[in-house]
Design a binder for this molecule. Structure first.
Ligand code: 26Q
Length: 820
């Protein structure tokens, strides 16, 4: 019935108001007079959801009818950010909705701010999945995102006495209007137990998995609407529940409560997102989570395939599965198990199907971050998968043996099992062997992967390797979060750039247009005033919107070197103390980011930032020329306010450590200039915006390797650089810690003795470069020109471009528009 639901899909302003008041009464059962802000938000969310359901339904029907090849993006994390604003934007209803809400005497932004963002990810990797899922829908590519519906997302960060304190993220507290539960598509997941062999009716030798326990996986679907198109893809997140017969033996003994407690245990599986904490590696529940969502998703895809009347041997023609890092890499073994054990496909054919289905994206060069599971633990949780991995490994190593005669050390380097000490399953190796394509996330990263971490796999299969540079969605990161810049740009070049971001380059000529530049500058100032308000409200620190906003927001990690920025701040402070009348460019240093709860060094870096801030912000000698602010609980929501207000973007990781970075792209699009190293996507950003528009410092990755090989002695730098010497001494002395000389000793001593991330090497180059930043900033017109050029030349960094790259080179899929 084509007419069905039309009135709710494309409402008029009057229709929106009526639908809103209807939901207020019939969904929340409140009147305008007594509704809480949350009631009003819920009513609006339901109103907007209704606008999307027809498109969502049509999209699913169209994919089913056309048998479209579908991308399945498997990710343990989807850091979606708030839905309401993005959905209104993609519907093309922003002006109408704002007006309708205003006519009811309410404020749209005020209601949108009520939404608790689903923080179902740690940082870059989870947010990348969210940008990709937006681009897939906007490019009208058939796709489904599969992940985990964590009941508690990434912890909520507060700062108490300068230290990070973690609180649970109860994002589902008031319900989630953006999801629909589909109990009818629940699946059963096995865990633990043992395997046994048997002979089937045809006399064939087979293996059966006898699990210790089973849990149910229940899908919760959210529509992912593309920008101004008739496509709404699905994000399907799985929740663990007790199976129907959760514990019959206990139940039958009359122990009802005992049986129910087992139910509670099953539901622990999807209770909480793990922070990316090295000390948490090897945790049993984390492995169970990974297996759980991957098995749910593969069973779901097989159900769809069988429903369409297609043979499971043609699974790879129906689905292209992308592994977002190794977190879902167990899927390689699970698809083999499903095909061989449950669908009786012969091994060789099953293996062909599997390899043609999967592709793997690597996100890290840090060896300590490569996922591996202790063999004993793996065997306890997934006994059948270990057998399958042994079989894959035996066949693979045979192939290696034939290719590289007599090269025993290569065999042990390539093996899926690490046997150098305690035995481990190497998940990156499983992903490489089971995939037809392997990619890094920026040019430099992909090169280093081939040379270093995955060199032996590159020698085996060079044709599998490719690069796909990351990107971010210009819808959320410009159109939604920076409406002032958006309307200025659209007035200048029209609004096609939102859909086709390569067209942002049409803005380039306006860099020399004095009127445009003045508007651009005024907008940046307005955005800074707005952020200043937030900073005051959340930290009590008052900052000057006319000072330079120098921003570093990202997870706190030693390799990202937030403490290098602190050394610079302390150097400036030290200079001001020696010469109070020094002519400095006023700066506001803004930091934000979470430290993994068990990563003590990272937590100490937060304490260092806040401690330096306490002294600098309150020292009358500084006369408010320097301010240091740590904004608590950095998140997608906070980012949307921060990127548009930044003048300077800090991307200062040690070269060769940051795979790509994506915050760097959000800053550039919003007109911030970057100070950065030759790391990750910084290299490509500099190439695009031009060397004059990018403040470069520090060693290159090559130089880092060479220096490490020669032997690096940080104490030389300490001894030979008077200012650095003074800065380190000042922190070490307890000056910023009320005389406590022990507090920051672990940090400073490490810098002086081992300095694994070479802060002292890059220190002078960084401080000099910051001097260059100051000189440029003093010439406001010149700065503004460079700011406009940064935005105008950021076209490459749209996730639409990344997704087109994947679609062409990895997935071999194209758009399948849904007719309206
Ligand atoms: C692993 C095992 C146990 C528990 C947690 C984890 C875990 C979880 C999340 C390990 C790593 C992550 C996240 C990694 C991440 O965000 N990497 C970033 O990915 C971005 C997108 O490609 C890049 O831009 C960043 O450079 C990279 O650091």
């Amino acid at each position: 019935n084509a007419a069905l639901g039309r009135d709710r899909s494309l409402p008029t302003r009057e229709g929106l108001k009526r639908a809103f008041l209807d939901h207020l009464l019939y969904t929340q059962n409140k009147s305008l007079a007594i509704a809480s802000r949350n009631d009003l938000y819920q009513a609006l969310a339901h109103t907007i959801r209704d606008c999307m359901l027809r498109t969502w339904f049509d999209t699913a029907s169209s994919y089913k009818a056309k048998h479209s090849r579908m991308v399945a993006y498997l990710s343990a994390e989807f850091l979606m950010g708030p839905y309401l604003g993005n959905n209104v934007l993609n519907l093309g209803l922003m002006d109408e909705v704002k007006a309708a809400i205003a006519e009811l005497g309410l404020d749209f932004d005020d209601l949108a701010n009520q939404e608790e963002e689903p923080g179902l990810g740690n940082g870059g990797l989870g947010r990348l999945a969210a940008c990709f899922i937006d681009s897939l829908a906007s490019l009208e590519i058939p796709a489904i995102g599969y992940g985990i519906r964590y009941e508690y997302g990434i912890f909520y960060q507060t700062i108490i006495d300068g230290w990070q304190v973690e609180n649970t993220d109860k994002w589902l507290r008031y319900g989630n209007p953006w999801e629909i539960q589909h109990a009818e598509w629940s699946v059963e997941i096995k865990l633990g137990g043992r395997t046994e062999t048997y002979t089937d009716d045809a006399g064939k030798f087979r293996v059966r998995w006898v699990p210790e326990k089973t849990v149910a996986g229940v899908p919760f679907d959210s529509p992912i609407l593309g920008y101004r198109v008739n496509t709404a893809n699905t994000l399907r997140l799985w929740r663990a529940e007790a199976t129907e017969a959760f514990d019959f033996p206990t139940f039958n003994r009359g122990d009802y409560l005992g049986a129910v407690s087992k139910k509670v245990t099953s539901e622990n599986l999807t209770k909480v997102l793990y922070p990316n904490d090295e000390s948490d590696q090897g945790k049993e529940l984390r492995l169970e989570q990974q297996y759980f969502f991957v098995s749910c998703s593969l069973q779901d895809m097989l159900r769809i395939q069988i429903n369409r009347g297609q043979p499971v041997t043609e699974f790879h023609l129906a689905f292209a599965i992308q592994l977002n890092d190794t977190h879902p890499a167990i899927g390689v073994a699970e698809l083999m198990r499903l095909l061989v054990d449950e669908h009786q496909i012969v091994w060789e054919q099953a293996w062909d199907v599997t390899r043609q289905t999967f592709a793997y994206t690597n996100h890290t060069l840090l060896p300590e971050a490569l996922e591996r599971w202790p063999l004993k633990l793996f065997e306890r949780v997934l006994p059948r998968h270990l057998e399958i991995i042994y079989e894959i490994n035996a066949r693979f190593l045979n192939e290696v043996r034939i290719r590289f005669l007599g090269d025993e050390s290569r065999l042990s380097r390539l093996s899926l099992i690490d046997e150098s000490g305690e035995r481990y399953v190497r998940m990156a190796h499983l992903a490489c062997v089971g995939s037809s394509a392997i990619n890094g996330v920026a040019e430099l990263h992909s090169e280093l992967l081939k040379r270093d971490v995955l060199a032996d796999f590159y020698a085996m299969w060079p044709e599998k390797f490719t690069n796909v540079t990351n990107g971010v969605t210009p819808r959320r990161w410009i159109a939604l979060s920076n409406p002032r810049q958006t309307s200025l740009v659209s007035r200048a070049i029209g609004n096609d750039w939102i859909k086709d971001f390569s067209r942002i380059k049409e803005l380039e000529p306006f860099a020399d247009d004095a009127g445009f530049a003045a508007d651009w500058q005024a907008i940046k100032r307005d955005n800074k005033i707005e952020l200043a308000g937030q900073l005051l409200q959340r930290t009590g620190i008052r900052v000057d919107p006319d000072s330079m906003f120098d921003v570093q927001v990202k997870r706190i990690h030693e390799y990202k070197r937030q403490h290098l920025a602190v050394l610079h701040i302390v150097a400036l402070y030290h200079r001001l103390k020696s010469d109070p009348n020094l002519d400095v460019v006023p700066r506001t240093f803004i930091f934000g980011g979470k430290a993994a709860p068990g990563y003590h060094r990272a937590k100490l870096i937060i304490k260092l930032i806040t401690s330096v801030g306490d002294v600098v912000n309150n020292d009358p000698a500084v006369r408010d020329r320097l301010k240091v602010v740590f904004l608590p609980n950095f998140s997608v929501t906070r980012g949307q306010r921060i990127y548009p207000a930044a003048d300077l973007s800090e991307q200062i990781s040690l070269a060769g450590k940051e795979a790509s970075g994506t915050g760097n792209m959000k800053f550039a699009m919003n007109g911030a200039l970057t100070i950065g190293t030759m790391d990750g996507a910084n290299v490509e950003i500099r190439e695009e915006v031009g060397a004059d528009q990018f403040f470069l410092f520090g060693l290159t990755a090559e130089e880092v390797y060479a220096l490490r090989a020669r032997g690096y002695s940080p104490s030389d730098y300490y001894r030979n650089n008077a200012e650095l010497h003074a800065v380190l001494d000042l922190i070490r002395s307890g000056f910023f810690s009320r005389g406590d000389a022990n507090l920051f000793a672990p940090l400073i001593d490490e810098l002086m003795h081992t300095d694994p991330y070479m802060l002292l090497v890059d220190y002078q180059s960084y401080v000099d470069c910051q001097g260059e930043v100051d000189r440029t900033y003093r010439d406001t017109q010149d700065w503004t020109r460079r700011s406009i050029l940064n935005a105008a030349r950021s076209g490459k960094f749209s996730s639409d471009r990344s997704i087109r790259d994947y679609a062409e080179r990895v997935w071999k899929v194209g758009p399948a528009p849904v007719s309206s």
